[in-house]
Write a protein that binds this ligand. Structure first.
Ligand code: ZN
Length: 136
């Protein structure tokens, strides 16, 4: 089942330009930074009481984040729900007629398994489901 909002994904052109706003002006502290090769992004994660702000910087022009920035500019990109049964969530969504981007989970940041629902069937909100290794 879905347990909480895991993170809010924000597409940015440059982590170097964006991190100081969240770290210093909002005072969220030092982010955890990592590269997720499978998604062609570099990610900065700020922990806000268990919900993360995830800044996504494309590492390649053919990354989905690069394309999103090209189309809509920087800004809110997706919302991610944490689940302890991502395969079950995908089946449930599909059973309710929701189009899946990922039929099966793929590796995300921080050793998570993630899968996306298509914004065409989620009222334009790109929706991610994620499962953390401790709940696999
Ligand atoms: Zn995400």
């Amino acid at each position: 089942m879905i347990q909480q909002i895991d993170h809010i994904g924000i597409a940015v052109k440059s982590l170097d330009a964006t991190v100081p706003y969240y770290r210093d002006a909002l005072g969220l502290g030092e982010p955890h930074i990592e590269e997720v090769a499978s998604q062609k992004v570099r990610v900065a994660m700020f922990d806000v009481a268990g919900v993360h702000i995830e800044l996504l910087e494309p590492t390649s022009p053919d990354s989905a984040i690069a394309k999103a920035i090209e189309k809509k500019g920087e800004g809110l990109h997706h919302i991610a729900f944490k689940s302890n049964d991502i395969a079950g969530e995908l089946k449930n969504a599909a059973d309710h007629g929701i189009r899946l981007i990922n039929e099966t989970p793929v590796p995300g940041a921080h050793n998570t398994q993630v899968a996306f629902l298509h914004p065409k069937s989620t009222f334009s909100v790109l929706t991610e489901l994620c499962q953390h290794p401790e709940s696999c």
